[in-house]
Design a binder for this molecule. Structure first.
Ligand SMILES: Nc1ncnc2c1ncn2[C@@H]1O[C@H](COP(=O)(O)OP(=O)(O)O)[C@@H](O)[C@H]1O
Ligand SMILES: [Mg+2]
Length: 392
């Protein structure tokens, strides 16, 4: 899914005590993690929670992160917020290398201006009113004129529908409302990036829906949001869903192509997958060729083509990013039933060796069923396209 059409957040000038600015070719990136490792030690010794995470998130994206309990979601977010620090690797947030040559207090100030953070448990200060809670971050980083702060705090509370409760203490409003106030507080200094760790984990579905709608509003305004969630109904409302399994990120082509696969199998495929590129029109599989891999499309289009001697090729179907092929042959055993070639653009595929694919499918009846349904539909559709009439 593209975010290119989304409005971008205005560029901001870093605070003078901010971490060192990094020149980066990818101007759109707002978060970049390179080889991030996090180890903890306990009585039993050292253990690795993040095992070399590479991640790029662009400005204006609404990203959800899911994963089993203990898979490293909160630890990953803590690496982005600077709440904790990596054992190895680099983290660049909003063009700042947040761990290189930066003191804890510099990072804390920088965080106040650049990040909004929301947790599952709201952490509002109980003896302050909602309005005072929202003003707190502005006071902390000394942002906005002193007289302007209450007005801005009230605007934010109005945005989340809490203007009537501005002068109430947190204990006097519902938990959903407390979370809304916490979100208003997180956005107090107008940060370009909001990081939320299970922000709806403690709420009923209606309150959760309100929160997601407010997040969607912020994304429309050009903000970037990264949200850890347990709720699969929320991931469908984000631009991108990342899955973390045992401290490693799953390849997004794999999770989108085979969404019902168990996370550990997705991770296995992530590690096994070979990448390959094809030029426009290049043959990927020939009819009757023994199929050695399961293919998932990362980018570009492929054409499934029937070649009849003496007549023009017939394009049976066209497959795009996150679709797969090679499956019929592998599941039913044997050779390619048609020619498969790259379309008008270069194609990048991920390939899983046949034996590994078959072994995992033996343990994955739900995925086999899902694949079979897609294949059945494809065959029924008879998407016969006359290539002469095909425009791109
Ligand atoms: N500060 C810490 N010290 C030691 N172990 C930790 C610490 N924080 C997290 N862990 C361990 O790291 C693993 C991942 O934790 P976490 O990132 O909180 O998982 P998640 O948010 O996905 O449930 C867990 O095994 C947890 O016990
Ligand atoms: Mg967590």
């Amino acid at each position: 899914m593209t975010t290119a059409t989304k409005k971008r957040a205005p560029a901001r000038t870093p605070h003078k005590a901010a971490p060192q600015r990094v020149h980066d070719a990818a101007l759109e990136a707002i978060i970049e993690m390179r080889g991030v490792v996090k180890r903890f030690s306990n009585a039993a010794g050292e253990f690795t929670v993040l095992k070399g995470v590479d991640l790029m998130i662009n400005k204006g994206e609404f990203v959800s992160i899911v994963g089993k309990s203990g898979s490293g979601k909160s630890t990953l977010l803590n690496m982005i917020t600077g709440i904790d620090h990596p054992s190895d690797g680099r983290v660049i947030v909003n063009h700042n290398d947040i761990y290189t040559g930066v003191s804890e207090s510099q990072r804390s100030r920088w965080r106040g201006k650049n990040l909004g953070i929301v947790f599952q448990f709201f952490q509002l200060l109980p003896m302050l009113t909602l309005l005072e809670n929202v003003m707190l971050p502005m006071d902390y980083v000394d942002m906005y004129d002193f007289d302007e702060r209450p007005k801005r705090a009230l605007e934010l509370l109005t945005l989340v529908g809490l203007e009537k409760f501005a002068n109430k203490l947190p204990v006097l409003v519902s938990t959903g409302q407390q979370q809304l106030a916490a979100i208003a507080r997180a956005m107090a200094c107008d940060p370009p990036l909001l990081i939320a760790d299970e922000p709806t984990g403690n709420l009923d579905t209606r309150s959760a829906d309100t929160i997601i709608r407010i997040f969607e509003h912020f994304v429309e305004q050009g903000k970037t949001i990264v949200m850890v969630t347990h709720d699969p109904s929320l991931t469908s409302r984000t631009d991108r869903n990342l899955i973390i399994s045992d401290g490693e990120l799953i390849d997004e082509t794999i999770s989108r192509s085979l969404p019902k696969l168990r996370h550990r199998h997705m991770l296995e495929f992530t590690k096994l997958a070979q990448r390959r590129s094809y030029q426009p029109g290049e043959t990927i599989l020939s009819r009757d060729e023994k199929v050695g891999h399961f293919f998932m499309i990362r980018s570009g289009n492929v054409e499934i083509v029937l070649q009849k001697s003496g007549s023009k090729d017939i394009v049976l179907s066209r497959l795009g990013a996150d679709e797969f092929f090679g499956d019929i042959e592998l599941l039913r055993g044997g050779k390619s039933i048609a020619n498969v070639r790259a379309g008008n653009d270069p194609v990048e595929v991920l390939m899983i060796p046949r034996e590994d694919f078959s072994r995992v499918m033996d343990e994955s009846p739900i995925t086999v069923e899902a694949i079979s349904k897609i294949v059945q539909k494809r065959l029924e559709e008879h998407r016969v396209v006359d290539p002469r009439k095909t425009k791109r």
